[in-house]
Write a protein that binds this ligand. Sequence first.
Ligand code: T5A
Length: 223
Amino acid sequence: MRGVKPPPTSGKFITLEGGEGAGKTTQIKLLADFLKAGGLDPIITREPGGSPAAEVIRSLLVEGAVDRWQPMTEALLNFAARLEHVRETIEPALTAGRWVLCDRFADSTVAYQGYGHDLGRAAIDELHRLVLGYFQPDLTVILDIPVDEGLARTRNREQAEGSREDRYERMDEGFHQRLRDGFLDIARRNPERCVVIDAAQEPETVHAEIRAVVGQRLKVALA
Ligand code: T5A
């Protein structure tokens, strides 16, 4: 599959990216509801995970200590899960003409393992080409929020739900700042694919900006 370009599709592939607590899950649901109201039938999916085999790999990744794996092992596991996810879930949906809304994709490996864990962008890009060729989203929305605000949101949610901290939330502030800078760098390097949105705003304001960007970038008239 190396170097193979994706098949022609009529569906659209949109990814939402950002650091911890940026609001991706919240915004994907709002976008899906909006698209459904407009007559589309989008699927919502997520990474790591999104297909039966990829969910098995997710359980290895999201459980346990943050230093359970070498950073390169983590990158390899994320790409192994991603290959399953793309082949089993994303490509079939796109080929069937459906829109795919994905909570995190390959930019998260660039940001977390490449920038956060210092593997470097080039190593992750090389891995991407090896595993997925030139397959990329049609549009990537990067939800940008100051580190302390994003972490405060996730901690409030955990207190409200009584859930435990995500393993990456335990990393130091320098790590989270590298993530934020990494996502902004990805956006600068890929202006045709990526749009940065200020995620510190009210959820409805963020949603309205995402709707506008989807309409403009994908050249679709959305009610
Ligand atoms: N990872 C992933 C890698 O290291 N490498 C990779 O290649 C990939 C793909 C996945 C972890 O794996 C790492 C990154 C992650 O650490 P996960 O469990 O899937 O972990 O969790 P996350 O993707 O980090 O998602 P979260 O659920 O933690 O955050 P979201 O989805 O960005 O935020 P959301 O919508 O759940 O909102 C968080 C809280 O804030 C509130 C919400 O109600 C919620 O309580 N909120 C707002 N509050 C105020 N104003 C707004 N605008 C708000 N929007 C949301």
